[in-house]
Write a protein that binds this ligand. Sequence first.
Ligand code: ZN
Ligand code: ZN
Length: 252
Amino acid sequence: MLSSGSDGNATLVASGDSSLLIDAGLSLIELTRRMEIARTGPYALDAVLISHDHYDHVKGAVPLCRRTGVPLYASRATIKASGLTRALPAGQVRELRPDTPFGVAGLTVTPFAVPHDTFTVGFTISDGEATVGLATDLGSVTLDVLSHLAGCDVLVLESNHDEDMLERGPYPPHLKRRIGSPLGHLSNADTAELVRSLGHPGLRHLVLAHLSRTNNRPELPLQAAGEALGECGGEVSVSLGWHDHPGELIVV
Ligand SMILES: [Zn+2]
Ligand SMILES: [Zn+2]
């Protein structure tokens, strides 16, 4: 994860020479800087996938794709809400549909709808040997979400807030309601429950993402998810996505 949280989201997934960026919520300069830390760069990308139109996911997408000519994949709703077809040349913007897998540079991408306050998708990405599942802005977990994320080798899941910290914290009531609603963001407890459902012997890595800086502390999601994984057995490494620097490089 090059960056995670409401200041900007971007995750790099690569296999062999193939490389995808999931969300581009940083400036082009910052995306480039962080990709260089990960020993790659914008021109090595085969595609940019955008999960939804919130600014922390789409901020750098147009400058990045304009500069590199890399194709951008997003849902029709996201393309429309972010004005992507006006901003990029025809043919560079490609529409993805939930539950409709497509191939990019030898990788299979499957988008699936997740409950959030704008049309949003999660993704699974597979090279035929390993599968990564990502779902970082969702207020609740549906059977559809569970079935798409089942059996992944790596999971990147939102663990946004601690319910008590949100309740007692400084946010105005309408924002607290929005974040805590089924169309908002998953709490640490929600994510632990999700991990309990998804834990399986083949799961190798769990990345907890989109942590709130105001309503969470790193040790809380680590503890909640760690306990949930303990009940599932198996050997799973757990790490966090950060706002201000890239997270751990995960090799499957
Ligand atoms: Zn977000
Ligand atoms: Zn969002």
